[in-house]
Structure formats: structure tokens, C-alpha cells
Design a protein around this ligand. Structure first.
Ligand code: ARG
Length: 460
């Protein structure tokens, strides 16, 4: 007789290649813990409604827990012939406890089983990812507080724009990660419904209690529709999409760290332990960690497209296509966890070269807008002020002088409205302190924003 639980109607053994080609056990064994938890809840429900006896339930519980230990001890023998994690565990249970093991699958299909397993698994992994994200954000907010008074050039088009507080720049990253966190939480909350009881696609004839198994597994409620329950993987797509955005944010962050650690910028230093050297150039210290994370966004985007594409045009209900969801999901999880961990470890160790960033902010006429705003306060229309300052900048470029380095007489060639008090607005401190409103770069505001960010993190 076939070892396959579905072998009854088959006249010949499965082709060996087909067996290997259709099997998922090499990768879906990662679901073992949640598969066992799902089975425990299903069995408890069957016992509650009288489909299993109390004694049978205990045998199943004991058997499944032993199997969990075998898997964790590395002594469990996975068989490709048994296709996937579900049938491997079920077959082992029957081997251990005999005929009762064969009753576990009553009122259930692998279709609702796997839909349950992935949701349970993803729920836990999203929690772990969110925990690391909180650690990273906490580090960012502390760095922002530490460097609230550090001045750097803010850029648009990667050209010097206006001076900003280094801490303000860090809090921009924190806002992006805050939204990533809430996207992951949303995805987890929407996913948190129990497919158990949907069975293959239409439900089951047993007097099941879906609310009970849902509750045992910490789901909010059973899913509404059995066909939908076994077929859609939109929750996995949502997760990958949230992951893509998160990695996109980290890739932008990485790009800046790579630029900033270059000799040409020299804005920051990363400790040696986060960098690597070159086998030929003895002087090199390369920012491999941010570079690699910048690169890894590619694989996550790829997995998002894989998942969207495997779902596209599938007729209801379950199709084997869905077995292809697992490797992308697992790799998105691994990539997010590693990348966020690397960042959470690295961010608190960033040191800022405040004299260099200040010097850089002095170059490129970063206070030109402040001069225009000054003239507006003296009564000039903004467009005329813009023109006056443009001429002063052209003069400064020709003579290699910042606006703050010009004498009052020099500045007054461009407008008689300029007085001695102009020098207050032309300083870097004057410029950032003047942006004194919620969301602005004044250090006072940055510190208040850091307080609010820390408060949100504490409330998680
Ligand atoms: N290994 C399968 C998967 O990952 C489990 C469900 C299989 N169901 C089926 N009817 N063949 O989707």
C-alpha cells in the first residue's frame, strides 16, 4: 500500500520526479510549530463537539507534543514521499499512536490547515519584526536627541538647500519607520481570522465549533466564507508590500550612510565592527552593511511581484499554485529581520562629525532663503526679495564668499533695506532656530518631536 494518505484511488506509484517536484516539505517544515498548534486546536474542538473522545484527544495531544520535541531535537525523519509538513506530521502521529492518529484529520483539509498555519506563522513573525523595529526606532530617537543642535546642510536635488538639525534628519527616518510599523500591524490585524473549518473549500458535515478553535488559536473570529478562506493569499501580499516599503526606506537610509561615510562627505563614522576592508587596497573601510541592505530591497520587491503574480487569475478555490507562496514569504521575513537588526545595532553607534557637517552647511549659500525672508519682513514682495538674494549669491560665487562673510556695504549694494540685524538671520543657528513650529527644524522643536516619538514608542 502507498504511504500517501491520499493513495487509495491510485493504481501506480507517483513518478519519482513528480514526487520531488510537487513536494514542499523541504521548505514548509518551517511551519511545524504552528502546524502542531493548529492541529491541537482542531483536535480540542473535535473533542468539545463529541467527534473525538477525551481519551483520544489526550493521545493526540501527547503524540503531537512528542513530535514537536523530535523535530526540535533534530531526530524527526522528514520524508519527501509524504509531500509536505502536514502529512509528515500526521503520518508520524499515526505511527506513534495508531488508529487515533488517523482521526485527527476529521472535518479538516490541508487547504484550511495550511491557510491557518501561514497566518499563525506570519502573525508571530510580524510581532518579532515589529519588536526589532521598535528597537531601531528607539535608537534613532536617541540619536536625534543627542544631535538636535548639530547643524548639517539639508538637500534637495542633492544640492545644498537649507541648514537643518542632524536630529531633525534622523526623525524623518523615524516617521517613515513609524508608518512601516503601522502597516505591518494593520496587515496582522486584518489577517487574524481563523480559516479552520473551511475544510477543502465548502465547509464540513461535522457539527464543528469554529469559534472555539479560532479562540484557542488567538484569532479574533472565524473567517466568513469557506471558499475565500482556502484560496486567497492577499494577506501575504500585503505583508510583502509592507516589507517592500520598509526595505525601500532602509535603502534610502543606506544610500545616505554610504554617502556620508565617504571621504568627500565625511559627515559620520561607523564603528569598524560594522565595516569591512579590501583585499587589495589597504586603506579601505567599506560600509558593507548599508550597501547590502540597499541591495536587498531588490529581492523583497521580487518576492512581492512573485506573490502578486502567483495569485493573479487563480479561479476559486484552492489551487496548488499557492504552495509557491512559502519561499517568498520566508525570504521576506528573513531579509526584514536581518536588515532591521543590523540597523538597530548600528544606529546607536553612529558618530557625527559635527564640525564637518557645520562647515558643509556654510558652503552652498544655505541661508539664502533666510535673507529673502528677512527682506520680506522689511516690506519687499517675495519675488523681488528672491531676485535681490539671487544677485547677492552670484556676487558671492564670483568672490568665493558666503552671504554671512560679506560686509554690510557689500550686501547693501543689492538692497538698501538690509541693515546690521541681517547677520542674525544669516548665521546657521539663526536659520534653524527660526523654523520654530511643529515639524520644523529648530532644535527646540526637534527635542519636542523626539519626546513625542519616544512617547509613542513607549505606548506600543
Ligand atoms: N503543501 C500545500 C500548500 O502549501 C498544502 C495544501 C495542499 N492541498 C492540496 N489539496 N494539495 O499549499
Amino acid at each position: 500500500p502507498s504511504i500517501k494518505p491520499w493513495g487509495g484511488r491510485f493504481a501506480e506509484a507517483t513518478d519519482k520526479f513528480v514526487e520531488r517536484f510537487t513536494a514542499s516539505v523541504s521548505f514548509d517544515q518551517r511551519l511545524y510549530h504552528h502546524d502542531i498548534n493548529g492541529s491541537l486546536a482542531h483536535a480540542a474542538m473535535l473533542a468539545k463537539v463529541g467527534v473525538l473522545t477525551g481519551d483520544e484527544l489526550i493521545q493526540i495531544q501527547t503524540g503531537l507534543e512528542e513530535i514537536r520535541s523530535e523535530i526540535e531535537a533534530g531526530t524527526f525523519e522528514w520524508s519527501v514521499g509524504l509531500e509536505d509538513v502536514h502529512m509528515n506530521i500526521e503520518a508520524r502521529l499515526t505511527q506513534k499512536i495508531g488508529i487515533t492518529g488517523k482521526k485527527l484529520h476529521t472535518g479538516r483539509s490541508r487547504n484550511d490547515q495550511v491557510a491557518t498555519d501561514i497566518r499563525l506563522y506570519l502573525r508571530d513573525e510580524i510581532n518579532a519584526i515589529c519588536g526589532e523595529l521598535t528597537r531601531l526606532q528607539t535608537g534613532l530617537v536617541e540619536l536625534a536627541r543627542r544631535e538636535a543642535h548639530t547643524i548639517m546642510p539639508g538637500f534637495t536635488h542633492l544640492q545644498t538647500a537649507q541648514p537643518v538639525s542632524f536630529g531633525h534628519h534622523m526623525l524623518a527616518w523615524n516617521e517613515m519607520l513609524e508608518r512601516d510599523y503601522s502597516r505591518l500591524k494593520d496587515c496582522s490585524a486584518r489577517m487574524n481570522q481563523s480559516p479552520l473549518g473551511a475544510a477543502a473549500l465548502a465547509g464540513t458535515t461535522y457539527p464543528i465549533d469554529r469559534h472555539y478553535s479560532a479562540e484557542l488559536l488567538g484569532f479574533d473570529r472565524p473567517t466568513e466564507n469557506s471558499l475565500d478562506s482556502v484560496s486567497d493569499r492577499d494577506f501575504a501580499i500585503e505583508f510583502a508590500a509592507a516589507g517592500s516599503l520598509l526595505m525601500t526606506h532602509l535603502s534610502r537610509f543606506s544610500e545616505e550612510l554610504v554617502l556620508w561615510t565617504s571621504a568627500q562627505f565625511n559627515f559620520i563614522d561607523l564603528p569598524d565592527r560594522f565595516c569591512t576592508g579590501s583585499s587589495i587596497m589597504p586603506q579601505k573601510k567599506n560600509p558593507d552593511v548599508p550597501e547590502l541592505i540597499r541591495g536587498k530591497v531588490g529581492r523583497v520587491n521580487g518576492h512581492l511581484i512573485s506573490l502578486l503574480t502567483l495569485m493573479k487569475s487563480q479561479p476559486l478555490a484552492y489551487n496548488k499554485d499557492n504552495q509557491e507562496d512559502k519561499e517568498p514569504i520566508f525570504d521576506v521575513i528573513d531579509t526584514l529581520k536581518d536588515s532591521i537588526k543590523a540597523y538597530a545595532d548600528m544606529v546607536p553607534a553612529i558618530t557625527v562629525n559635527a564640525d564637518v557637517t557645520r562647515e558643509a552647511a556654510m558652503r552652498g549659500f544655505s541661508t539664502a532663503t533666510d535673507l529673502a525672508d528677512y527682506l520680506v519682513r522689511k516690506g519687499l514682495p517675495f519675488r523681488d526679495a528672491h531676485e535681490v538674494v539671487g544677485k547677492s549669491v552670484a556676487y558671492g560665487i564670483a568672490r568665493k564668499k558666503d552671504l554671512s562673510e560679506m560686509s554690510l556695504e557689500e550686501l547693501r549694494q543689492f538692497s538698501g533695506d538690509i541693515d546690521e540685524d541681517v547677520f542674525e538671520v544669516l548665521t546657521l543657528e539663526g536659520s534653524i532656530n527660526a523654523r520654530d513650529h511643529i515639524g520644523g527644524t529648530a532644535p527646540k522643536q526637534v527635542l519636542a518631536a523626539a519626546d513625542r516619538a519616544a512617547q509613542r514608542l513607549n505606548q506600543r
